[in-house]
Write a protein that binds this ligand. Structure first.
Ligand SMILES: NC(=O)c1ccc[n+]([C@@H]2O[C@H](COP(=O)([O-])OP(=O)(O)OC[C@H]3O[C@@H](n4cnc5c(N)ncnc54)[C@H](OP(=O)(O)O)[C@@H]3O)[C@@H](O)[C@H]2O)c1
Length: 259
């Protein structure tokens, strides 16, 4: 396959990121998968290979800029180019109201959710420019909706969303956008159900329980295929925008069996 697209996916060991990587594998992509837990990451890489793609893994913490630099270098050494970057790795913790928040855990949330994506865009921008590539940053409704006890997460997603807009202005050769993946049945939602009642107002904690009990959480494959489609096919005119995973202009082509 001469024109195999090459994409970096962070947070690819489980949840939405693993689904993005697997769907990219189905399209024959070469994927560099980054996350901290090695066994899960290797299993996700095997799933990419089984789907028809190539996979490279980097075990590390995205909050460490050296890990981000190594991820870009390893991708270029192995595949020779970078067509896309999906900044998906994210943490919701600490769940805590601002008045009693642990300062170092609050800072770490921003390092994972904002500084890591920044460092990857920083190190990958030259390679992306050469390929007229794409950046898809996984944001959240929390970027614009205040969620009590999730101040670090809300601040981080708002910052990531706005950084994406800035990057889109700065890099006319690159298509850079943000996506809201919906409410998804992953470990992150389980954290909200487990820790929410201790930290959130009762009605907010109950909302996350109800999403689960009423079967309203999306399987990760649904936003996963939307994000994979975006990183391979988003048109240039969408650069700088904040899109919903279920917008028909994304969901319809993403649901097609082959692309
Ligand atoms: N689930 C939802 O309802 C929802 C809603 C809106 C937005 N999102 C966003 O969607 C993205 C994916 O979330 P998810 O729901 O799939 O969550 P998840 O199941 O908790 O997966 C998070 C992924 O990020 C990785 N990760 C976490 N911290 C990392 C770090 N410091 N360095 C490297 N990798 C790290 C995790 O792997 P390791 O633990 O192995 O490192 C895992 O692969 C996140 O950006 C999240 O904010 C999710």
């Amino acid at each position: 396959m001469p024109h195999r697209p090459i994409v970096i996916v962070t947070g690819a060991s489980r949840g939405i990121g693993a689904a993005v990587a697997r769907r990219l594998g189905e399209s024959g992509a070469g994927v560099t998968l980054l996350a901290r837990s090695e066994p899960r990451l290797e299993a996700a890489a095997d799933a990419v290979r089984a789907a028809g793609g190539l996979a490279e893994t980097v075990v590390g913490d995205v909050s460490d800029p050296e890990v981000c630099r190594e991820t870009v270098e390893r991708t270029l050494d192995r595949f020779g180019r970078i067509d896309g970057l999906v900044n998906n790795a994210g943490v919701i913790e600490p769940l805590s109201v601002t008045g009693v928040a642990d300062l170092s855990r609050w800072r770490y949330n921003l390092e994972v959710n904002v500084y890591g994506p920044f460092a990857l865009m920083r190190y990958a921008s030259e390679a992306l420019r050469k390929r007229h590539g794409r950046v898809v940053n996984v944001s959240s409704g929390a970027a614009s909706r205040p969620i009590p006890a999730a101040g670090a997460y809300c601040a981080a997603k708002a910052a990531l969303t706005h950084l994406t807009r800035v990057f889109a202005e700065e890099e006319p050769a690159v298509t850079a956008l943000c996506v809201r993946p919906g409410v998804v049945d992953t470990a992150m939602q389980a954290v909200l159900r487990r820790q929410g009642p201790e930290h959130m107002p009762p009605e907010d904690a109950a909302f996350y329980q109800q999403l689960h009990e009423e079967g309203r959480l999306e399987p990760p494959e649904v936003p996963g295929r939307a994000i994979a489609w975006l990183v391979l096919h988003a048109p240039k005119e969408w650069s700088g925008s904040f899109l919903d995973y279920d917008d028909p202009m994304i969901a319809a082509p993403a649901a097609q069996p082959s692309w």
